[in-house]
Ligand binder design. Structure first.
Ligand SMILES: Nc1ncnc2c1ncn2[C@@H]1O[C@H](COP(=O)(O)OP(=O)(O)O)[C@@H](O)[C@H]1O
Ligand SMILES: [Mg+2]
Length: 228
């Protein structure tokens, strides 16, 4: 079943947070999910070992030679596989990307992040060339001010549009709930109202993101069926 990887060479853009939002959002909706943690900080593996409401299975990205087997095994047994990648150009990254159906590239709405994100796009496109297969990817704005779209965000969105770079409509807002998942080792849906403010809004935001990912995967499958 679909393999969705989060990748970007820049740390701190929200890869692990967005991956956890997607994994717990899908499992909250009843899907079976396996997360493969390729972040050297082991952010998601630590979360999964500490939480009392995992909702999904979490494994560590194995050594280079075993990566493809691990992803394929997870894909055979789960409805969704989510891989949190470090995102620098290395063999592990290539192997994981070669088995990915959708790469999500998170970025914050700043010109510096946009430049770093184009390095991530280049990695994905180069991987696709080497494999002679187009690897679908989509940009995801993270930590966006929920009150207003900043001038930077509008500007970068319009540059992406102009360059034909696909971008999620939904941006993940900067919200306490997304940070509290890691403070309290709980999913957004099991945090208590005393553990973060604005949880309702964070959940609505997360659900919109999860739905957009599912819509994108369905759209891809429809294209594959049409061309088969
Ligand atoms: N949508 C968000 N709202 C609030 N804080 C966020 C959000 N996304 C990420 N963060 C915070 O930003 C920091 C970096 O996020 P993280 O997901 O670890 O990035 P990466 O995996 O790309 O290094 C963390 O402190 C995290 O809590
Ligand atoms: Mg991370």
């Amino acid at each position: 079943m679909p393999v969705i990887s989060f990748a970007s060479p820049k740390g701190g853009v929200g890869k692990s947070t967005s991956a956890l939002v997607l994994a717990s959002g899908l499992s909250q909706a009843g899907a079976s999910v396996t997360v493969i943690d390729g972040d050297p900080n082991r952010t998601l593996e630590t979360w999964a070992s500490e939480t009392s409401d995992p909702g999904f299975e979490c494994r560590t990205l194995p050594s280079d030679n075993a990566i493809i087997d691990e992803i394929e095994e997870a894909a055979a047994s789960s409805q969704f596989v989510i891989v949190d990648l470090e995102g620098t150009a290395n063999l592990a990254m290539s192997r994981a990307i070669s088995r990915t159906d959708l790469v999500i590239i998170p970025l914050q709405a700043s010109p510096v992040d946009a430049r770093q994100a184009s390095r991530a796009i280049k990695l994905v496109v180069d991987e696709g060339r080497a494999l002679r297969r187009e690897i679908p990817y989509r940009m995801l704005f993270t930590r966006v001010n929920p009150a207003i779209a900043t001038r930077d965000e509008k500007e970068i969105r319009s540059q992406f549009r102009g360059a034909g770079i696909p971008t999620f409509e939904t941006a993940l807002n900067d919200r306490a709930g997304f940070r509290a998942m890691f403070t309290h080792y709980r999913s957004l849906w099991s945090l208590g109202d005393d553990q973060a403010t604005g949880l309702d809004k964070a959940r609505i935001n997360a659900t919109a993101f999860v739905q957009e990912v599912v819509t994108e995967i369905r759209r891809q499958n429809a294209v594959v069926e049409q061309t088969a």
